[in-house]
Write a protein that binds this ligand. Structure first.
Ligand SMILES: [Zn+2]
Ligand SMILES: [Zn+2]
Length: 133
């Protein structure tokens, strides 16, 4: 059975495809835009272009460029000034889903949670011994 969804880009109903996250029309437009951007970046003088420059010179949206970088279609190893926003705070990053700051924040939250859990366990144990006296 075909799995229908609304295209997140234009809102049109389309048959979902695991390889594509937008409808056929948008997909074709995105691919054409990708070819344009890739041809632009392949020029030596554009290798160090930032997302802003790419957007300004190639008639594409920032979101689209971010998507390509996030998916690894545009490699930061080849184009060192490309980046995409952190899932949490929007700071520009080049790998993973979170910036260092947010990644560290989540880790701190986790260890605090672990500590709290251990403390409660200790408390429960103490109460238990107490009752047995
Ligand atoms: Zn669409
Ligand atoms: Zn962040």
């Amino acid at each position: 059975m075909a799995d229908l969804a609304n295209c997140p880009n234009c809102g049109k109903l389309y048959v979902k495809n695991p390889m594509r996250d937008v409808c056929d029309d948008c997909y074709k437009k995105e691919e054409a835009a990708f070819d344009r951007v890739f041809a632009f970046l392949r020029k030596r003088e554009n290798r160090a272009a930032t997302v802003e420059t790419i957007v300004a010179k190639n008639d594409v949206t920032k979101e689209l460029v971010y998507k390509w970088v996030r998916k690894g279609r545009l490699l930061v190893a080849n184009f060192p000034n490309l980046a995409y926003p952190c899932d949490r705070c929007g700071a520009l990053i080049q790998k993973g889903k979170l910036c260092d700051h947010c990644a560290k924040g989540i880790q701190d939250d986790l260890s605090r949670f672990e500590q709290e859990k251990r403390r409660k366990e200790e408390q429960r144990k103490n109460t238990y011994y107490f009752k047995n006296f």
